[in-house]
Ligand binder design. Structure first.
Ligand code: ATP
Ligand code: RIB
Length: 315
């Protein structure tokens, strides 16, 4: 498994209900249902491998029907994987409601994702990686140790702090080269790690900040590069000596935004390999991958393929 992109993180079986409007507490409504592969780590790995860049996913499942199904899916996708399998812990799963306006509500039961440790991740897999990506759906200490090992072996480390979870501390950022949060995650992360920097700003205020204010806030995270995803507005890239908003792609029909953040992160990891670690080019490519993903329903199944991305960029 000598791939340039390595994603260490979660697999969840997504159970998705589409409805016209979310049910109120105590209300029963009718909708339609699909199930498929999900989990932030796995989705990001699928997004990356569909761009044509060699990708390895490292994660964990239970020995159950969901855990069996995902191996078939990965083989079909050409995604190399290293999966820990547990007899007594179920595969992670997510209940997702999607309304007709494309918004979502999600409950995740992490199951096996929480069980695997850094020692389960093979040295050989990390040592060949150019980019190693983690999220917040596995044990925080596992993530921290994997990022530390990956960096010491020469890889560029990426943390997508999604979802932001209680107990997240500044030490978890120590071995992160590139941090990719959305606006809410970023506000919560700064509140948890550098509260003095947030001052009176609240999450909603991030949307109203100009680029100079955003840059100041991003620098307070003390991570070399921060890429803040901004939904339809694209993303804001902040490095120590430059910053810029890369506008989102226009002219698309939004069907389901679930997994847009994952498409962005997977697309970014691939872009870093394709564009010789040029962060701005990789972020621009990630915007295109993510925009295409919101035009399709589902999470992993909505990730676009290489040819579609190239046609979209050249349109
Ligand atoms: P989700 O939780 O829905 O997966 P997120 O909140 O983690 O998403 P967002 O910042 O909403 O992440 O979106 C990630 C990226 O997806 C954006 O940076 C952008 O590139 C793309 N994107 C999202 N929504 C749109 C849209 N309506 N039009 C174009 N691009 C979009
Ligand atoms: O980001 C979307 C993912 O979040 C879903 O696939 C679900 O499994 C949850 O982990």
């Amino acid at each position: 498994m000598n791939n340039p992109v390595v994603i260490v993180g979660s697999y969840n079986q997504d159970l998705t209900w589409y409805c016209s409007e979310f049910p109120q507490p105590g209300e029963t409504i009718f909708g339609s249902f699909v199930t498929g592969p999900g989990g932030k780590g796995s989705n990001q790995a699928v997004a990356a491998v569909r761009t044509g860049v060699g990708t390895t996913f490292v994660g964990a499942v239970g020995k159950d029907v969901f855990g069996d199904g995902v191996k078939v899916f990965y083989d079909l996708e050409g995604l190399e994987y290293q999966l820990m399998e547990y007899d007594d812990i179920p595969t992670g799963n997510a209940g997702i409601f999607v309304s007709s306006s494309g918004e979502n509500e999600i409950i995740v039961a992490l199951g096996a994702n929480l069980a695997f440790k850094s020692k389960d991740v093979r040295e050989e897999t990390l040592s060949h990686a150019q980019i190693v990506v983690c999220q917040n759906e596995i044990d925080l200490d596992t993530t921290r140790q994997v990022l530390r090992r990956a960096r010491s072996l020469g890889a560029t480390t990426v943390l997508n702090p999604a979802p932001m979870i209680p107990g997240f501390r500044s030490e978890y950022l120590k071995d992160v080269d590139i941090l990719i949060p959305n606006e809410t995650e970023f506000a919560e992360l700064i509140k948890a790690t550098r509260p003095e920097a947030l001052g009176s700003f609240q999450s909603a205020d991030i949307r109203d900040m100009d680029e100079d204010e955003l840059q100041k806030l991003c620098r307070s995270a003390e991570v070399p590069t921060v890429i803040l995803t901004l939904g339809s507005k694209g993303c804001f890239v902040s490095t120590a000596d430059s910053y810029r908003t890369i506008p989102g792609c226009r002219g698309i029909e939004v069907v389901d935004t679930t997994g847009a953040g994952d498409a962005f992160v997977g697309g970014f990891a691939s872009g870093m390999v394709q564009f010789d670690k040029n962060i701005y080019k990789a972020a621009s490519y990630a915007n295109a991958v993510a925009a295409l993903s919101v035009t399709q329903p589902g999470t992993a199944p909505s990730m676009p393929h290489k040819e579609e991305i190239e046609n979209f960029i050249n349109r």
